[in-house]
Design a binder for this molecule. Structure first.
Ligand code: ATP
Ligand code: MG
Length: 422
């Protein structure tokens, strides 16, 4: 995996580059065609714009298969060298931020230069200054009217780099790859890049509600569904008033971390302790755990209807714990009409943990807390819940009415990425 090359866009002496630093974005799911492609690009453009709102005012240009993000020019301070340095730092911050926006495959910090071979060579020399090791030039033309072919560009730029810095050329596995991309109005020159998240822009697939515990799985489930273009809200059940608020802090911290993938996240918290007591005293016994999960889902469905959500998302993974059997999943589906999306159903714990580590939620999930579910754990949980028995319990609880009341008792929070402590 290529990592961010911190030397990539630093002006490094020599003849000044006649161009500007910018961010070049490579889009995902390139197979999208026609109207879907238009929706994809428009949504992505808006999502990028709101993701970088706090960093700098930007202009975003849509080109064929790529997007260009440039800092909106402000009045000249007269100190061009200082301006260029400030812009490079800003472009750095923009690139890092944009690499979290769903629907992007690569993020490059590039020099945007005039469409003539001399300007390309100057930018290339600037980018390669001070480097050691073998290199390769890879050119491509999105505008075929450019006077040189890709191969000619490769040769010209490569020869100038050899002449200036005496670096060896190696086409296979070079230490540095210098990319030259000829576009409609300009040429982009860059090295390295940040891998994006891939997937689809958030919001393209609609809206859904995540049942968010403080555990490892549900944050990963949320991430995977955002990556498929869902905008998500979060619902957490706390054992309050019979447990402390720790699980709420964890859910809050998790949502704050996940907020960088969509922005504007909402966390709803339900105090669930009293309802759990009711389940316990309803004589549910070995079915208590699954009866309570059905009540969670019903409450989630009530809230989802109010929010305009079209599905529920959970972190269930087949067979991961003894209650996550096919029979029990069927018994859970029976409690609600909305589809329950279980993106982790076929994933191993190791795979789930790898993702959790990569998206920075694992360490938060591993903090100790008092999960509301432990209040109710019977000695042996049912693995083959009978739907008829569960419906009886729901009747005794008056589950529909109870779910409405629980949904009325929620508090709403807005954990925002980058904000201070919880
Ligand atoms: P997780 O790691 O997400 O907590 P888990 O492996 O502990 O999952 P369970 O405790 O069986 O599995 O929970 C399965 C799913 O039910 C969770 O992934 C989550 O979507 C939902 N869930 C469980 N507890 C809560 C809770 N307190 N608040 C909201 N959702 C919950
Ligand atoms: Mg859990």
């Amino acid at each position: 995996m290529t990592v961010l090359d911190t030397t990539a866009a630093q002006p490094a002496g020599g003849p000044p580059v006649a161009g500007e630093p910018c961010v070049l974005i490579k889009l995902g799911e390139v197979v999208l065609k026609g109207r879907n492609r238009e929706l994809f690009e428009r949504r992505l453009q808006n999502n990028v714009r709101s993701a970088v709102r706090d960093i700098a005012p930007v202009e975003i240009w849509r080109r064929h298969g790529v997007m260009v993000v440039r800092i909106r020019p402000t009045e000249d301070t007269g100190d061009t060298e200082r301006d260029a340095r400030a812009d490079v730092a800003t472009v750095d911050a923009l690139a890092r931020r944009i690499s979290d926006v769903m629907g992007i495959v690569w993020v490059h910090r590039a020099w945007r230069v005039a469409k003539d071979p001399d300007s390309v060579v100057r930018a290339a020399l600037d980018l390669m200054a001070g480097r050691t090791g073998a290199f390769a030039v890879r050119s491509r033309r999105r505008d075929k009217r450019f006077p040189l072919t890709s191969t000619e560009l490769d040769r010209l730029v490569g020869a100038k780099i050899v002449e200036a810095y005496q670096l060896p050329v190696r086409l296979k596995d070079p230490e540095h790859t210098l990319s030259v991309e000829v576009d409609r109005d300009e040429v982009f020159v860059f090295t390295g890049g940040l891998p994006g998240q891939g997937g689809l822009p958030v919001g393209m697939s609609g809206r859904a509600l995540v049942l968010m515990s403080g555990g490892i799985d549900s944050p990963v489930a949320a991430y995977r569904m955002m990556r498929r273009g869902l905008r998500v809200d979060y619902l957490h059940f706390s054992g309050m008033p019979f447990t402390g608020p720790e699980s709420i802090y964890k859910a809050y911290a998790l949502v704050r971390e996940l907020d960088r993938f969509q922005g504007g996240s909402r966390l709803f918290v339900v105090p669930f302790g009293k309802a759990q007591q009711q389940i316990k005293s309803s004589g549910a016994d070995r079915l208590a755990v699954i009866a309570q999960r059905r009540l969670m889902l019903r409450t989630a469905q009530t809230l989802a209807h109010r929010l305009g959500g079209a599905a529920l998302i959970t972190g269930d993974s087949l067979g991961q714990v003894s209650s996550q059997t096919l029979a029990n999943m069927t018994a859970l589906d029976d409690a609600v009409d909305l589809p329950i999306l279980r993106p982790l159903v076929g994933m191993d714990k190791v795979e789930i943990m790898d993702t959790a580590r990569r998206i920075n939620t694992l360490a938060i999930s591993e903090l100790p807390d008092e999960d509301c579910c432990t209040l109710l754990a019977p000695r042996r949980a049912e693995t083959r819940a009978k739907i008829e028995d569960l419906r009886q319990i729901d009747k005794r609880l008056d589950a529909d009415e109870l779910a409405e009341r629980l949904a009325d008792s929620i508090t709403e929070h807005r954990p925002a990425y980058g904000e201070g402590g919880s």
